[in-house]
Design a protein around this ligand. Structure first.
Ligand SMILES: O=C(O)CCC(=O)C(=O)O
Length: 336
């Protein structure tokens, strides 16, 4: 707990160095949301950056692919950093390193073949530079508005699947994981770190599904097992017309948090890496998820965090997002 408290203090001081306020601003945000922020029913914030065609496409489909947005030298640096982290040379405070469920069972050591996700890399300056890229933020702010903040970060690795199909990611909506609203002011930016196609498990999306409500999620009953926190939409129709987003390294997709998406198994002997960030307007406000479909993810997150920091600590789903305790969520205002 002392270590955790130390880490929380250091995270908070990093946060203070990015911003002058945090919790108080978030807590008052719902007031400002109604008074000064009146385009929450729009999917795109009025701007003079996106073309009419791009606005129309995002409104209709809930995503927008921008080709060749992140340069190869940056992607190479991210890959290198991933290797440094897997080899244990670098420890990033607050970051969770996840192994594929089969490697958790087999107790395999950390490596590029076993680690499937780095989560919350805000305190790693190399990886976090992704979230600060002007060309990413230029698009992000078309959806969040100018006061964008980073709320979640991931580097997702999909090593060749050895036949267990555990490299699949079930169809889901990202809003399931977020206890704040409005959904229209949240966006994910997902950049392919290498060429991604149907064979190595590119993203699949259901165009237009961002008009659905937030659906009930649970763990799919997959024979080989499912990765921790990989909830999928309950009773999802297996015949829905999914679209494979085949992309080249550096291409980036921006998508709405209600868009139904996931990814298939990597059936090749290549890797499939992507780096992503979720951003939200600092006018977003927290909601109480009690009695909603998000109750199960709240319970699971709190159980995991309590195991790490001990019982008896006053935690809430919202507080974890504010303070980033135990590596879950963080708020770094980007003030652009
Ligand atoms: O990169 C992928 O395969 C899917 C990632 C994703 O949808 C997520 O982590 O929420």
């Amino acid at each position: 707990m002392t270590k955790m408290a130390d880490r929380s203090c250091s995270r908070l001081s990093v946060i203070s160095s990015h911003i002058n306020c945090c919790k108080s601003q978030l807590k008052t945000s719902c007031v400002r949301a109604t008074s000064s922020f009146n385009c929450n029913d729009r999917l795109v914030v009025p701007n003079d950056f996106l073309t009419e065609e791009q606005v129309h496409f995002y409104n209709k489909n809930g995503y927008l692919v921008v080709r060749n947005l992140v340069p190869a030298d940056m992607l190479n640096r991210f890959v290198e950093r991933f290797h440094e982290i897997c080899s244990g040379d670098i420890l990033v405070p607050g970051m969770t390193v996840m192994k594929d469920v089969k490697h958790v069972k087999w107790n395999s050591p950390m490596s590029e073949r076993t680690v499937n996700k780095l989560q919350n890399f805000e305190e790693d300056e190399v990886l976090f530079s992704y979230c600060e890229l002007p060309q990413i933020l230029k698009y992000v702010t078309c959806f969040t508005g100018p006061d964008a903040k980073s709320v979640h970060t991931m580097l997702i690795n999909k090593p060749p699947d050895p036949g267990t199909k555990t490299s699949r990611h079930p169809l889901h909506q990202d809003l399931h994981y977020f206890p704040f609203r409005p959904a229209n002011r949240i966006v994910c930016s997902w950049t392919a770190m290498e060429n991604v196609d149907k064979q190595n498990g590119c993203l699949v999306v259901l165009p237009g599904s961002h008009y659905s409500p937030l659906l009930q999620h649970h763990y799919p009953k997959w024979e080989g097992g499912v990765n921790a926190m990989y909830h999928g939409i309950k009773d999802c129709d297996s015949n829905i017309p999914l679209l494979h987003l085949e992309m080249n390294a550096g291409d980036t997709v921006f998508f709405h948090p209600l868009l139904i998406h996931g990814s298939g198994a990597n059936t090749t002997n290549r890797f499939r890496k992507a780096i992503s960030g979720h951003f939200a307007s600092s006018h977003c406000y927290y909601i109480d998820v009690k009695g909603t479909s998000q109750e199960n993810i709240e319970a699971e997150v709190l159980e995991i965090v309590h195991k790490v920091v001990g019982e008896g600590i006053d935690l809430s789903f919202q507080k974890l997002h504010i303070e980033g305790e135990a590596g879950w969520g963080s708020h770094y205002f980007l003030l652009i």
